[in-house]
Design a protein around this ligand. Structure first.
Ligand SMILES: [Zn+2]
Ligand SMILES: [Zn+2]
Ligand SMILES: [Zn+2]
Length: 147
């Protein structure tokens, strides 16, 4: 498992490789998302964390920067339920891309490797001609504790 510093370095390299400059807001957001340690955090929570370290970075800049990093495919958001979207790293170099299951009783989030749904996606594609993207919304149900 890579250390936080190593991950920060590889994520910044990825931003550069995709034609992006390393600005203070970009570095601050990536650092805040790393500090969340694979918890899924909202744009509001990220803006709070960034502003603690960089009071001069305006919230609107944080939201714009989230969009820019999303367009580069470095981060992404997912809708876990009725609450605001949450952010995570999406690139295979920085994190394992995954699906999400959220427990509708306790709110626990369980990550699933993409491969778990591969055969379902293949049969949906074959039978319905529909290209399923299950990464943007969480699957819902009850976790092992709540069921
Ligand atoms: Zn969305
Ligand atoms: Zn995630
Ligand atoms: Zn639960």
């Amino acid at each position: 498992v890579a250390s936080t510093d190593q991950r920060l370095t590889s994520i910044l390299d990825l931003v550069r490789a995709r034609g992006g400059r390393i600005t203070t807001p970009r570095r601050a957001i990536i650092t805040a998302l790393l500090a969340a340690d694979n918890e899924h955090v909202t744009a509001e929570q990220l803006a709070d964390t960034v502003q603690q370290a960089h009071p001069d970075v305006h919230r609107s800049t944080v939201y714009r920067t989230l969009d820019a990093l999303s367009e580069m495919g470095v981060i992404g958001h997912v809708h876990l339920g009725h609450s605001p979207a949450v952010y995570h790293f999406t690139d295979e170099y920085t994190d394992q891309p995954h699906h999400h299951m959220v427990c509708q009783d306790c709110g626990r989030v369980v990550e699933l490797p993409l491969s778990v749904l591969t055969s379902l996606q293949a049969s949906i594609s074959r039978d319905y001609g529909f290209d399923l993207d299950a990464t943007h919304f969480a699957l819902t149900g009850r976790c092992s504790d709540c069921r």
